[in-house]
Design a protein around this ligand. Structure first.
Ligand SMILES: O=C(O)c1cc(=O)[nH]c(=O)n1[C@@H]1O[C@H](COP(=O)(O)O)[C@@H](O)[C@H]1O
Length: 274
């Protein structure tokens, strides 16, 4: 039987540490690497990053938007990167932030989590704001394939607060209700739901029973430091995946420098959480 997503993340993290490196080929980064802002530039950038992190890092998170903005040739770069990362033993969270009514969600799920899809990853990020239940088709496919759905709970951006910290009659925040739904699912079946909780602030969530990975973006460019993690996540750090994109990527264009930056940050995270 296939191991569930939480088990696969735990194995990868035990071997390579908790850091997740985001692969975000921003126009500004391409320029600073001396690359063109087109599919060829994105390909050179991506191939350098994949080769640099492939032997050292447990989890990578390509940001799908930066590939889609170059059309089919950009998506082809992403497809090739997914294959290379898989071959290198890196778990991949496709950062696509999908979310739609159930029947459409099933098609998104096939794309990112289906065994036969050229764009299959190990997990996809998803927005629960059409209702956590609208994500069921993706969760069911993840359950069946050992893959994951990483659901936005409390995001790192300043605009998320109004919606995510709104409370119900019992005083529970929207973000906590997403956490609780994930915890219920992971306790009952394969632990295939992860959460996104930004590392940039005190989130005020009870994450103790989640039973799945917690992706924590915001390290580096958005201001969070490795030392912030222990305080912000108060002990819920076993399956924490602190994530940084620009802080690592800015070390390029030299692949060895990207590899060194990723390993340095990975080790700083492990030291801070040990
Ligand atoms: O799902 C995400 O990864 C995500 C959630 C969130 O709350 N905040 C957030 O910044 N992200 C993503 O994490 C990456 C942040 O990159 P850096 O700020 O450069 O490390 C981007 O790809 C964002 O889309």
């Amino acid at each position: 039987m296939t191991a569930d997503f939480a088990t696969r993340v735990a194995d990868a993290v035990a071997r390579r540490g908790r850091l997740c490196v985001g692969i975000d080929p921003h126009a500004q980064l391409l320029a600073s690497w001396g690359l063109t802002d087109d599919a060829a530039g994105v390909r050179a950038f991506t191939e350098t990053v994949v080769a640099a992190i492939g032997p050292h890092i447990a989890v990578a998170k390509p940001q799908v938007a930066f590939y889609e903005r170059h059309g089919s040739r950009g998506v082809a770069v992403l497809e090739d990167a997914l294959t290379s990362l898989r071959e290198a033993g890196v778990l991949v969270i496709a950062d696509a932030k999908r979310g739609d009514i159930g029947s459409t969600m099933a098609a998104y799920a096939d794309t990112w989590l289906g065994d036969a899809s050229p764009l299959r990853a190990d997990a996809v990020t998803a927005s629960p704001y059409l209702g956590v239940g609208s994500l069921d088709p993706a969760v069911e496919l993840a359950d069946a394939t050992g893959r994951g759905v990483v659901v936005l709970a409390r995001t790192s951006n300043p605009e998320g607060g109004g919606l995510q910290t709104a409370t119900d009659a019992a005083g529970r925040t929207v973000a906590q209700s997403v956490v609780d739904a994930a915890a219920r699912h992971n306790a009952d079946g394969p632990a295939s739901i992860g959460l996104v909780v930004g590392a940039t602030r005190d989130h005020g969530l009870d994450l103790t029973g989640v039973g799945g990975p917690v992706l924590a973006p915001g390290l580096g460019a958005q201001g969070a430091t490795p030392d912030d993690l222990a305080r912000v996540f108060r002990g819920a750090t076993d399956l924490l995946l602190p994530s940084a994109s620009r802080q690592v990527l800015a070390a390029g264009p030299d692949g060895a420098a990207v590899a060194a930056a990723a390993q340095r940050l990975r080790d700083e995270v492990e030291t801070a959480l040990s």
